[in-house]
Design a protein around this ligand. Structure first.
Ligand SMILES: NC(=O)c1ccc[n+]([C@@H]2O[C@H](COP(=O)([O-])OP(=O)(O)OC[C@H]3O[C@@H](n4cnc5c(N)ncnc54)[C@H](O)[C@@H]3O)[C@@H](O)[C@H]2O)c1
Length: 326
């Protein structure tokens, strides 16, 4: 199959048509474009050429909703027939490495948009990054906040000292240090400029894969991450306290609250924080931003993606320092 559509020059395929692959558009609560298939169908330079899922009905539904395109229950056969330049991998965590090798083996592949985590351990992740580099394939990993303008603005504010010197960072997560913890680790890397040390805090551990942790970030900034039982409710937050204000990343990143210092209304000569200002919709169209970032690398507008394979390796290295089994 060849692509004759010059208006949409890039052909894309999605492997795994569940929630993040193709399902979010069915949820009326979803804010903007949050699935890979919808992002490719929405991007002006991309044609969705194929979808695959072990459950053929899911692939067929995705093809009907975001195609028309090839639908298969066999990812290798779908890639062989539809010959995409861009492949999204949206299957469960344990299968990411095998699916990436499948995509890298196809001569047509120029870029892969991987769901996180890149792999289940550091050694395999490093190996995959090396293989992608050797084959000249661009590897982008969907630690989604990095692609959103709201989080770029926040990083710039922190780096330019809008909130003063960062004193402490604290947060909450659940559902595994590799699965969801690496999202928090990546956000910490993104906002602080890097993590220099990480170790487990073993006192609170809702399950063996979900330890609490402490970090030392660039510039000596300390951070702590509290593990919670995700079966009770979902909480993913980061609270950054500086000497001139405070920032809270709430609702998994959908909201950012900024507080500035003010004269205390209660005690003369004291300084407090104000009531805070909330920025909403910070993750709106997260997947469209990720696909746009990838396309800008393929067209040469950007030199490197906002979140590359090396970033995903660094996240797994930090996770492994916290939980050696990672
Ligand atoms: N970046 C983010 O914010 C974010 C959000 C949600 C999920 N994710 C990641 O995306 C991945 C998928 O999560 P989900 O919530 O969409 O899961 P899901 O269970 O809804 O979807 C996974 C799909 O993969 C299919 N599948 C499983 N094995 C397969 C195989 N061997 N070949 C083809 N299809 C196969 C399943 O049938 C299912 O439809 C996970 O790795 C998860 O960590 C990332």
């Amino acid at each position: 199959m060849t692509n004759n559509d010059t208006a949409r020059p890039f052909r894309a395929a999605v492997i795994g048509c569940g929630w993040i692959g193709a399902g979010t558009a069915r949820d009326p609560a979803t804010v903007g474009v949050q699935s890979h298939a919808e992002a490719y169908a929405s991007h002006p330079h991309v044609t969705l050429a194929g979808v695959a899922d072990a459950d053929l009905a899911r692939a067929t539904n995705a093809a009907a909703q975001f195609g028309p395109c090839e639908a298969s229950d066999n990812p290798a056969a779908m890639l062989e027939t539809s010959r995409p330049e861009i492949v999204s991998i949206c299957t469960p965590d344990e299968s990411h490495a095998a699916m990436l090798r499948l995509a890298l083996a196809q001569p047509a592949t120029r870029a892969v948009l991987m769901e996180k985590p890149l792999a289940m351990n550091v050694a395999e992740a490093r190996d995959l990054v090396d293989e992608a580099r050797q084959r000249g394939v661009l590897l982008v990993v969907n630690y989604s906040r990095r692609f959103c303008p709201a989080f770029r603005r926040l990083r710039n504010e922190l780096q330019s000292g809008v909130f003063g010197r960062v004193q402490q960072i604290h947060g909450y997560y659940g559902k595994g240090i590799i699965h969801n913890g690496t999202h928090w680790i990546d956000l910490l890397r993104h906002l602080t400029g890097g993590i220099e040390q990480a170790s487990a805090l073993t006192a609170v551990k809702p399950d063996p894969w979900t330890p609490s942790a402490q970090f030392l970030c660039a510039g000596g900034v300390p951070a702590t991450l509290q593990a919670l039982d995700h079966t009770a409710f979902t909480l993913f937050e980061m609270d950054i306290v500086g000497t001139a204000g405070r920032v809270r990343v709430l609702d998994g990143g959908h909201r950012i609250q900024r507080y500035r210092t003010v004269k205390s209304p209660l005690y003369t000569g004291y300084v407090n924080l104000d009531g805070g200002q909330t920025e909403e919709g910070c993750l709106k169209d997260a997947m469209l931003h990720a696909v746009g970032d990838l396309i800008s690398c393929l067209t040469g507008e950007s030199a490197q993606p906002a979140c590359a394979g090396e970033d995903a390796v660094a996240c797994l290295e930090t996770a492994a320092a916290i939980l050696p089994a990672a």
